[in-house]
Ligand binder design. Structure first.
Ligand SMILES: Nc1ncnc2c1ncn2[C@@H]1O[C@H](COP(=O)(O)OP(=O)(O)O)[C@@H](O)[C@H]1O
Ligand SMILES: [Mg+2]
Length: 209
């Protein structure tokens, strides 16, 4: 196994571990609450069910990605995918502005939101300590949907602009350089393309799916 393959496997494992930890926290808290008051356990049990399914979905999706299996996709409102991506970000990570057509896309429910979360996180981290304005646009072009995420931060450093999707390429202190390479794999598994586009200011990433 090459260092790159090992690195991307590491990224996949870290992503799964992170998701599982969050799901398990919710599940154990809900189980505790359900046990304390069995008569009012229904909402807690529903939460356990939801989080169990979400955890299964991320594990299945990541394993399919590693094995190169076809992804199980469903029809999802793009706006829900973007909301999911933002749910994992800290409060005040960014100011979001959307110009998003109300469209349905065929995507893996757990994997595709990770792509936008990664783009949003990168924009926040690159802009820190300032709060970036992140503009998301989406337009339908025939059977494809073109989604762009741009920010008003410093932009991708010139030196790595050509290799930013390669694993282990990072210009961030404490960065692993694995986020965008995983994003590109996820988008490719959707038969889509992820690219960095020229921008007058900040960074602009495009997902065609
Ligand atoms: N929105 C952005 N603005 C400026 N630089 C960015 C942006 N997104 C990515 N980058 C650059 O690309 C590098 C690689 O990103 P990524 O693959 O997510 O790895 P990491 O975040 O671990 O460094 C980052 O270290 C950063 O230098
Ligand atoms: Mg990153």
């Amino acid at each position: 196994m090459t260092l790159r393959e090992l690195a991307s496997l590491g990224e996949v494992s870290a992503e799964i571990a992170h998701e599982l930890r969050n799901a398990l926290l919710v599940i154990s808290a809900s189980a505790y609450l359900a046990a304390r008051d069995p008569a009012a356990s229904a909402p807690h049990l529903a939460k356990i069910e939801r989080n169990t399914r979400a955890a299964q979905s991320i594990v299945d999706g990541m394993l399919a990605l590693v094995r190169g299996d076809a992804l199980v996709t469903e029809e999802l409102p793009l706006r829900a995918v973007l909301a999911d991506a933002r749910a994992g970000l800290g409060d005040g990570a960014a100011i979001f502005e959307d110009h998003v057509d109300d469209c349905i896309i065929h995507a893996h429910a757990a994997l595709l939101p990770r792509v936008f979360r990664c783009l949003y996180e990168n924009a926040s981290q690159a802009s820190a300590p300032a709060t970036p304005r992140i503009i998301t646009t989406a337009t339908r072009e025939g059977a494809r949907t073109v989604i762009e995420v741009s920010d008003d931060g410093p932009g991708v450093p010139e030196a790595i602009a050509g290799s930013v999707f390669e694993p282990l390429v990072s210009a961030r202190e404490g960065g692993t350089g694995l986020g965008l390479s995983l994003c590109r794999r996820i988008v490719a598994a959707h038969h889509g393309v992820l690219s960095l586009e020229p921008a007058a200011q900040g960074a602009r990433f495009r997902v065609v799916i």
